[in-house]
Design a protein around this ligand. Structure first.
Ligand code: MN
Length: 323
């Protein structure tokens, strides 16, 4: 998905480790358009902009397509990151400039590597009446951020136990491992807990974790976490305990070792400097002509003739670094 804010801020992101569990509440962001699908953004935030290499968490729905118009995100560029699409309900059709054409479906992860630059589009098909899911971004480390664009898909087999079910779409958990390659160690999983169930997860103690509550109320290491909150859990724990309160809970569990690099994030671009942001923005704008999107640094999504999304204006002032 594209960050469709009219005037996105430029954010310098760096990790910050705090001693205890920290509850991050979402902010509502309209994605533009006449009926405007809204998303709940929990990352980045002022107090924290990275969890491992996870740098962006947009959570949306369940939304009736009849009300929102569904997901219609025309061609737009990305650099320096991977997009991770995870749906609970509905479908989204993906097309990119590296020639990938794929459907995003519930319980199946689609990971697009932007690397040095890609453009793509995402549109929900007419058969989708409800959309519910998360759009996540992963920052690429400096050593790998200019890799060729790529795409991976994986449908994890659910792992089950008493009162819980898990789908591990990135990394390893509960004896399952995703085959999707990543450039830094990462964890991504959907967990379902029955009312009152407790799940004690063995986790990598070098990882920090984020627990995004999609439905229900749960305790994360004893700290109450409400629907739509993202609970941050610092590194240093080899067990992560989740307990559902009196209703069923669905969460996304994200993790990774603290990223250790500062990034500059603006619109759909992950860079290291403001100058890089400016240069990539100009490359994209140079591809937008009266005749539509023409080939250039980011290419043209194969099979999508929709007019592209122009880059928003750059902010007048750079923001202070955030930690
Ligand atoms: Mn996108």
């Amino acid at each position: 998905m594209s960050n469709l804010e009219d005037r996105p801020d430029e954010v310098t992101c760096a990790g910050a480790v705090t001693p205890g569990v920290e509850i991050m509440t979402p902010r509502d962001v309209p994605l533009g358009g006449p009926r405007a699908m809204r998303v709940r953004r929990t990352l980045p935030q002022r107090q924290r902009s990275l969890i491992g290499a996870w740098c962006f968490v947009d959570h949306y729905g369940p939304d009736l397509v009849a009300d929102t118009g569904g997901m219609v995100v025309p061609p737009h560029p990305h650099t320096g990151l991977q997009t991770v699409s995870w749906l609970f309900t509905g479908e989204v059709e993906h097309r990119d400039s590296a020639g990938h054409h794929a459907m995003v479906r519930p319980g199946e992860v689609n990971l697009m590597t932007a690397g040095r630059g890609i453009s793509h589009s995402e549109v929900s098909p007419p058969s989708t009446t409800t959309l519910h899911g998360a759009q996540l971004w992963v920052a690429l480390p400096d050593a790998d951020r200019f890799v060729d664009p790529g795409f991976a898909h994986h449908a994890p087999t659910p792992v089950t136990g008493p009162g819980w079910e898990a789908r591990v779409f990135l990394g390893s958990l509960l004896g399952d491992a995703s085959p999707v390659p990543t450039y830094t160690p990462l964890l991504g999983a959907e967990l379902l807990l029955d009312p009152g169930a407790t799940l004690a997860l063995e986790v990598d103690e070098t990882f920090e974790h984020g627990v995004l509550a999609d439905t229900g109320v749960l305790s994360v290491e004893g700290v109450e976490t409400k629907k739509d909150d993202l609970a941050y859990v610092p590194p240093g724990r080899s067990t992560l305990t989740l307990t559902a309160h009196d209703e069923a809970v669905r969460v996304l569990l994200l993790g990774g070792p603290p990223f250790g690099e500062s990034i500059v994030m603006w619109w759909n671009i992950v860079a290291r400097t403001h100058e890089e942001v400016v240069a990539w923005r100009e490359e994209w704008q140079a591809q937008i002509t009266d005749a539509g999107l023409v080939d250039g640094h980011f290419g043209v999504p194969v099979g999508d003739e929709r007019p592209p999304i122009p880059a928003p204006p750059l902010p007048n002032a750079r923001l202070r670094p955030r930690t």
